[in-house]
Design a protein around this ligand. Structure first.
Ligand code: NAD
Length: 326
């Protein structure tokens, strides 16, 4: 491609991806598959790498896209709620592991399921849930506390009087999603494209009684102020959250090298269909907090963790399954 064609393509992709992101994050109604979106994003990333002179901080590759929906109060996050960089195969994942190894001696990684929902920050003071906030644009999110209180797996009280902020994923279990779409179909209402969009549309519904009926669940994976509790690693943070009665997946694993990480990915790929909720990949995180800080973050994502996304064929099958089941 010639330079003017490539710069034209960059402009076109930025515009298109922005439109798809609004459909997905703001309206909860995507018009293309996640695979297609990821493919266009990768194309834009490659072109931008080739043309650093066309850098734009507003490009979809550089920022977290999302807005605060009208009707919800805005809430500023205590620290940015970031996205994750992604990889799609073993070779790209090895690239991530090698980047970490260049900066950290003998790194250990925590591998976790990547829940396909939307992230939520839950803040507790004097043992009570006082605020729940969606990711929004990463800096400012929607205050959805009333809705979060309807979700049974989000504790309203914890046995800890010091301030606590935990972050996790709100999702709709596969069964609830099927039931919801069956109900919508019988009422001639629009169907949700997938459980992720159904969860996002539900948590961001202005009617709390509707949210209560949607049977959302939450699982936690991030202890925002863990270091105030003397916690030094992601592995310890998961255990500490579990001890406080937050729901934490039992399926995480501490891995020392690429072979162990890959074995975990293969095992979870096999188990994926048997989980009662959707996962769209595996998140690999450097375990030790000091090493995490050393690696730092970009404006969009931490450099010490990465999401491995499941391959396209499986997602296509999943989409087909859903289409057939509604
Ligand atoms: P992402 O969903 O790919 O990854 C980041 C998110 O993973 C975090 O914000 C968190 O919510 C979640 N997560 C789940 N389990 C986690 C765990 N154990 N540890 C840490 N985080 C965990 O990133 P994103 O920015 O939220 O969304 C980008 C993706 O959304 C794209 O790759 C694409 O697949 C999809 N998308 C699709 C469309 C479309 O039109 N179809 C548009 C925009 C985005």
């Amino acid at each position: 491609m010639r330079l003017e064609n490539e710069s034209e393509r960059i402009r076109e992709l930025r515009k298109e991806l922005e439109k798809y992101a609004i459909e997905y994050y703001v309206n909860d109604q995507p018009s293309i598959s996640d695979q297609e979106y990821d493919r266009l994003m990768e194309e834009l990333q490659n072109l931008e790498e080739k043309h650093p002179e066309l850098y734009d901080p507003n490009s979809p590759t550089q920022r977290i896209i999302g807005q605060v929906q009208e009707g919800f109060e805005e809430a500023v996050h205590t620290s940015p709620m970031l996205s994750l960089g992604d990889v799609f195969n073993r070779e790209e994942l090895e690239g991530f592991v090698n980047r970490v190894k260049k900066e950290v001696d003998d790194p250990q990684f925590v591998c976790e399921l990547k829940f396909d929902g939307l992230s939520l920050a839950c803040i507790y003071e004097n043992g009570a849930l006082i605020r729940a906030v969606t990711r929004g644009n990463g800096r400012v999110g929607e205050n959805v506390t009333l809705n979060a209180r309807t979700i049974a797996s989000i504790p309203l009280y914890i046995d800890e009087t010091r301030p606590v902020e935990v972050r996790g994923e709100v999702y709709m279990p596969k069964k609830s999603f099927e039931e919801l779409n069956e109900l919508n179909e019988s009422l001639h209402l629009p169907l949700f494209a997938n459980p992720r969009n159904a969860a996002a549309g539900s948590l961001r519904n202005l009617d709390t009684s509707i949210v209560r009926k949607r049977k959302l669940e939450a699982t936690f994976y991030y202890f925002q102020n863990a270091q105030e509790f003397g916690i030094a690693s992601q592995h310890q943070a998961l255990e500490a959250m579990r001890a406080m009665n937050f729901r934490v997946s039992k399926d995480y694993r501490l891995c020392k090298n690429m072979d162990e990480i890959w074995a975990y990915i293969e095992e979870m790929t096999q188990k994926r269909a048997s989980f009662p909720y959707e996962i769209d990949g595996i998140v690999i995180k450097l375990n030790d907090f000091i090493s995490q800080q050393k690696m730092g973050m970009t404006a969009k994502a931490p450099r010490y963790s990465i999401a491995y996304k499941f391959p396209a064929e499986e997602v296509e099958t999943r989409l087909l399954d859903i289409t057939l089941s509604v």
